[in-house]
Design a protein around this ligand. Structure first.
Ligand SMILES: [Zn+2]
Length: 344
């Protein structure tokens, strides 16, 4: 069994949860954070939901969109669970959408469009690129897009993909909704340098694909590498190197996902439910807020909130407890665009 899957299952048992919580103060660390100065500025939390097909299997394995492209319950049930959670806690969420949803059969599609209209009204809708498992995008462009990473596509290819995705949103949710789509995340964090100008040219102003200090899938087409990035603060991206945090020569603001080390493994997704609160606490203690606010970006997926039959998974409860804890400790919840405006 894969170590990640073992971890999910272990974390769900009572003993597992207790052990993880108890050990977190010793075994958990946040690279690149050194406390300095007074915490004068606010601590913001952005909960981002990569919105895609899929579900959580009974044994807690995540069945992602590329393995189950027809599992539209990741949209219908998944978005619904997140919207209910947000409404209950009165927090805004950022849904980063794979336009694959628009390839759903009519009955599911009308449900999805209804939910997405709610998202547009009460939350933020951004784009999440999974071109290799996005049937709607491939149909729109009338060509297969077989590779996962951005690095396989030229700037012009990427402009074409980004424009067609926005067009799909306009076709289904209206042109006004598409115009407001300005936040972005590439699937499996595999953004490339070309993406920076492509995003600028297609009306985006913010990316949240960075996972500071982490790389993965090094030998396949999902490869991503953010190991040169040694900060958790936002920065304006460079058009000549997507990992360059110093030049700041584009209009694309990068707001990175919160990352952490636990038991020698590097993580970004708070699938370790029991770790989300300790990770938040450590960021809150250590992030430098003497000159600017700090933005803590939580990453989850629509389809991590639903089992195959659509029923809610334990992630919903984990997130509920997390939101309550973060609010009690003075954090303010914003969408990515709202956080971007506060940070500038
Ligand atoms: Zn994704």
């Amino acid at each position: 069994m894969k170590p990640k899957l073992l971890a999910y299952r272990f974390g769900l048992t009572r003993t597992g949860a207790q052990l993880i919580r108890g050990a977190s103060s010793i075994l958990l660390s946040i690279p690149f954070l050194k406390r300095h100065g007074e915490s004068k500025f606010p601590f913001y939390v952005c909960v981002t939901v990569d919105t895609e097909a899929g579900y959580v299997a009974k044994d807690q394995e995540r069945i992602w969109q590329h393995r189950a492209p027809k599992a539209y319950q990741g949209f219908t049930a998944g978005i619904d669970h997140w919207l209910q959670l947000a409404e209950k806690n009165k927090v805004p969420l950022t849904f980063l959408l794979s336009t694959h949803c628009f390839s759903a059969p009519p009955e599911s599609l009308s449900k999805i469009n209804k939910l997405l209209k709610k998202v547009v009204k009460d939350h933020e809708l951004g784009l999440h690129m999974h071109q290799n498992s996005d049937n709607a995008l491939q149909d729109k462009l009338k060509k297969p897009l077989s590779k996962a990473g951005a690095r396989y596509y030229s700037t012009d290819d990427q402009i074409e993909m980004l424009s067609a995705s926005k067009q799909l949103i306009a076709d289904n949710l209206g042109p006004d909704a598409a115009k407001e789509v300005k936040s972005f995340r590439w699937g499996v964090w595999s953004l490339s340098t070309e993406s920076v100008s492509a995003l600028e040219k297609t009306g985006f102003n913010l990316d949240s694909s960075a996972v500071p200090g982490i790389k993965g899938h090094t030998s396949d087409d999902m490869a991503y590498d953010w190991t040169k990035v040694k900060t958790h603060d936002p920065w304006y991206m460079s058009r000549t190197d997507y990992q360059d945090t110093k030049s700041q020569d584009s209009s694309i603001l990068q707001i990175p996902v919160a990352t952490f080390d636990f038991l020698g493994m590097k993580h970004a997704n708070p699938a370790w439910g029991e770790l989300l609160i300790p990770v938040f606490d450590q960021y809150m203690r250590q992030a430098n807020r003497s000159k600017k606010p700090f933005v803590f970006v939580v990453l989850s997926h629509s389809c991590e909130a639903n089992y195959e039959n659509g029923w809610p998974t334990p992630i919903v409860e984990t997130m509920d407890a997390f939101i309550k804890h973060a609010k009690q400790n003075g954090a303010q919840f914003l969408t990515l665009q709202e956080a971007g405006k506060k940070w500038i």
